[in-house]
Structure formats: C-alpha cells, structure tokens
Write a protein that binds this ligand. Structure first.
Ligand code: IMP
Ligand code: MG
Length: 172
C-alpha cells in the first residue's frame, strides 16, 4: 500500500500501551458486573478487538452500524442506523466502543438510540476525540487520546474505506 502521503501520528506501541490502561480502568469499574460492549462499525472493529482482549471481567460483545459520512472527510450531519443491535440491552450495563468522536453527532444519535432500550447504565469508550471541533454534551468515560483537528486513518479508521488495515494511526 502507498504510504507516502501518510504521516505517522500514533504508533502501534503507543496504542497498545494506552488500550491496556483503558482496559485496566474498565476492569476495575466493572468488577462484579457483566457489561455488554457495543462496537460502532466499521471504524471501531480493531480498537474493540484489542480492548476486549485486555478485559478480564465477564462480558458480552455486539456491534451496530451507523452511517453519516459517505466518502467525504466532512460530516454530512445526517446519521442513520444501518445495522441494529442483536442483543437485548434492557437492564444491562452497556459500554459503547467508538473509534473517534469528531462533531459528536454520531455518538449523540447512538446514545439516544441505546437509551430507548432502557439499559441500566451506558458508558462510552472512544479511542480518539478531536477536542477542538465541537463542544460535546456527553462524557467520554474512557478516552484513548485527545487529538487536534486532523483527519486520521489506520487502526480501523478509513478514508473512503481505505487504510483501515494499518497498524498505527496516520495523518492523511
Ligand atoms: P462525528 O459524528 O462527527 O463525531 O463523526 C464520527 C464518525 O466519523 C467516526 O465514527 C468516524 O467513523 C468518522 N470520522 C470522524 N473523523 C474521522 C477521521 O479523522 N478519520 C476517519 N474517520 C473519521
Ligand atoms: Mg465510526
């Protein structure tokens, strides 16, 4: 794959170190609970798989899929559910796993959808947050890295569906 236009942003070693720390926090907070991790497809699939393997409390996993961006770098502001949940989250402790919070619109929509199913609790784990883009009105309980407003790819994150397979995170 052509990597010439890509600039290293977060190395695989930094990702794995940080993810171990997030998992340690989750393991501590959810001891004696059985959380359901809900990953947001497609972007969160690699973060989810690495995070979940550091979790040592009993847990379940599901995914849902939203769409908003098409193949553009700028959010269309319109969010839809493409794949619904398969699990019943009523009365359960839910941890949403997302790759990146940019405008926060996708997560706002996602939280409203999940809360309709009356979970006992909902927390959010996000690998990245573009901290200067927008003021978000929800809390990111487990955040990997707060980053500047740059378009990043790799480690699950794409541009026009490409680059998800890269082991690190790069600025495009
Ligand atoms: P938001 O609704 O603006 O917060 O956008 C969130 C979604 O847009 C994320 O789940 C990503 O799928 C995508 N996204 C936002 N910023 C980037 C980026 O820098 N690289 C790749 N995808 C991004
Ligand atoms: Mg996403």
């Amino acid at each position: 794959m052509e990597k010439t236009k890509l600039q290293v942003f977060i190395k695989p070693s930094q990702l794995s170190r940080r993810i171990k720390q997030l998992a340690a926090d989750i393991n501590h907070d959810y001891r004696n609970k059985i959380p359901i991790f809900i990953g947001v497809l497609n972007g969160a699939f690699i973060f989810m798989s690495d995070l979940i393997r550091e979790i040592d409390v009993k847990c379940e996993v599901d995914f849902l899929k939203l769409s908003s961006y098409g193949d553009s770098k700028i959010s269309s502001g319109e969010v839809k559910t493409i794949k619904e949940l398969n699990c019943d989250v009523k009365g359960r402790d839910v941890i949403i796993v997302e790759d990146i919070i940019d405008s926060g619109l996708s997560m706002k929509y996602m939280l409203s959808q999940i809360k309709k199913h009356k979970p006992k609790s909902v927390r959010l784990a996000a690998l990245l947050h573009k901290k200067d883009v927008a003021k978000i009105d929800f809390k990111i309980d487990y955040l990997g890295f707060a980053i500047d407003n740059k378009f990043v790819v790799g480690y699950g994150l794409d541009f026009a569906q490409r680059y998800r397979n890269l082991k690190g995170i790069y600025v495009l």
